[in-house]
Design a protein around this ligand. Structure first.
Ligand SMILES: Nc1ncnc2c1ncn2[C@@H]1O[C@H](COP(=O)(O)OP(=O)(O)O)[C@@H](O)[C@H]1O
Ligand SMILES: [Mg+2]
Length: 453
């Protein structure tokens, strides 16, 4: 689980500064540290260093001065985007060239997000101006890479901060019902509960390969790559399995080791950070290197997993009409990426107080993440006339959000399916099967697939 400390660290926009003017870099650095939204990660004083840092540190935004010695800033930005396509470059321009319209056009064509005027002694540099330029540039690139408009598919994720409410049951049956609506439609049920998943068993298939197989082809996941690991589980429906148990124990251990929180180690990290900030040399005692190595490895794994999640969803969106994503009842990088990239987040809620609390918490979280209200809805699972909390009560608790479906509580109807792993949505005319069909039509109406470009 993430502590709020990790959380903040992760959500900050990581910024690389490239200028050989100390006065400028110091002032920018101070701004970036001061803002809650950004985090300075390094300063480079020449083009070569800057590209090296892009490769190694993968910043989100690059602030680059247009008077770096010996550099054509436009070429540098072009190269930067080539090396690290998710970078958002912002040029810091010293007065004269700033007014040159031709220069501005060339910069924008190359993919530069903004041009800011900076003139020594930089007293006029405004905090708000710099920070908002950075956040805008970042959002622009995020939208571009998250594939909004890229691919015709729609990502529908099912989420709850409380387990056991039926998230997986709804995800699987919704996927099946969506695939039944149209013979030519391709649907993927993606198990993104990467820590504790096991949707394969729930739908009666034993997975032998998982999403982790995609790591070697991260840069261009094709439909063939996806289909080689995602077995068909119905007509026009496939399952993309979460990491297998054997794979999972390994990375879960790497991710969750408690030692990270030990006090002396936290102090060590604080010291190191302080030294790095003050540009002092960093020495690590022999007895601490093991720990540092472990920490970096963990960080690396976290990064790989969130890139994997993003790239997988992008490829899915290009190759399938609907992608129904099952998630775990926790928040981590993978969940974060999934929720941010979803066309529709469906929160699964049962009519009881703990689940309602969890749903409220999830709504707050989604708002904090910047997920728009229009792309959030909720499904009430296990509804029953006997429950103390009625559908109307729930509606009034979540005004402003649409109830997109309602699935009745019916243990007996589910039982045979739970035993065989079949999906109820494909069978007969029980109230439960009907409710999934209705849910699918509502989802389709709310998030129609884009017309093929
Ligand atoms: N509408 C329902 N009526 C009765 N039982 C349900 C219903 N939905 C889910 N369940 C049961 O609840 C249990 C938890 O469901 P699951 O989908 O695994 O939840 P989650 O993914 O949220 O942890 C399962 O045994 C499932 O069969
Ligand atoms: Mg589940």
């Amino acid at each position: 689980m993430l502590t709020s400390f990790d959380w903040q660290l992760q959500r900050k926009i990581r910024v690389l500064i490239a200028t050989d003017d100390t006065a400028l870099s110091e002032r920018l650095w101070a701004f970036l540290e001061q803002s809650g939204e950004t985090r300075p990660i390094a300063t480079s004083t020449n083009g070569r260093d800057c590209l090296e840092m892009l490769k190694n540190q993968a910043p989100d935004v690059m602030l680059v001065a247009d008077n770096l010695p010996g550099e054509d800033v436009i070429d540098l930005c072009r190269e930067a985007i080539h090396i690290h396509p998710r970078i958002a470059p912002i040029i810091l321009s010293n007065g004269t060239r700033y007014r040159d319209a031709e220069y501005l056009h060339t910069a924008l064509d190359v993919g530069v997000c903004d041009l800011l005027k900076v003139e020594p002694p930089y007293a006029e540099l405004r905090f708000q101006h710099i920070i908002s330029s950075i956040t805008q540039a970042y959002n622009l690139i995020q939208e571009r890479v998250s594939g909004v408009g890229g691919g015709i598919g729609r990502v529908i994720s099912l989420f709850s901060l409380k387990g056991g409410v039926g998230t997986s049951t709804v995800a699987a049956n919704l996927a099946m019902a969506l695939s039944h609506q149209d013979d030519r439609r391709r649907v993927m049920l993606a198990d993104f509960n990467w820590r504790f998943g096991g949707l394969d068993a729930a739908v009666g298939h034993v997975a032998h390969q998982s999403v982790l197989e995609l790591i070697p082809v991260l840069d261009g996941i094709t439909r063939t790559d996806l289909e080689s690991i995602a077995p068909p589980i119905g007509n026009g429906l496939r399952l993309l399995p979460a990491p297998l148990d054997s794979e999972r124990t390994e990375f879960t251990r790497d991710l969750l080791e408690r030692e990270v929180l030990e006090d002396d180690r936290a102090t060590m990290i604080d010291d190191l950070l302080m030294r790095i900030r003050e540009r002092r040399s960093v020495q690590i005692d022999a007895d601490k290197t093991d720990y540092l190595e472990m920490l970096l490895k963990k960080e690396k794994i976290k990064q790989i997993l969130s890139v994997l999640a993003r790239r997988t969803l992008q490829s899915l969106r290009r190759n399938y009409h609907y992608i129904t994503v099952d998630t775990g009842a926790y928040m981590d990088d993978v969940a974060l990426t999934t929720l941010e990239m979803s066309d529709l987040v469906l929160l699964v809620c049962t009519p009881d107080v703990p689940s309602i609390r969890a749903t409220r918490a999830a709504l707050t979280l989604l708002t904090d993440l910047g997920v728009s209200r229009e792309s959030i809805g909720y499904v009430v699972n296990r509804s029953s006339r006997k429950s103390e909390i009625s559908l109307d009560d729930i509606r009034s608790l979540f005004t402003g959000y649409e109830m997109i479906g309602e699935v009745p509580a019916d243990y007996r109807a589910l039982q045979p399916f739970a035993n065989t792993g079949a999906l109820i949505a494909e069978a007969g005319d029980s109230p439960m099967a009907r409710s999934f069909r209705k849910l699918a039509s509502q989802v389709q109406e709310r998030t129609p697939i884009a017309r093929a470009a």
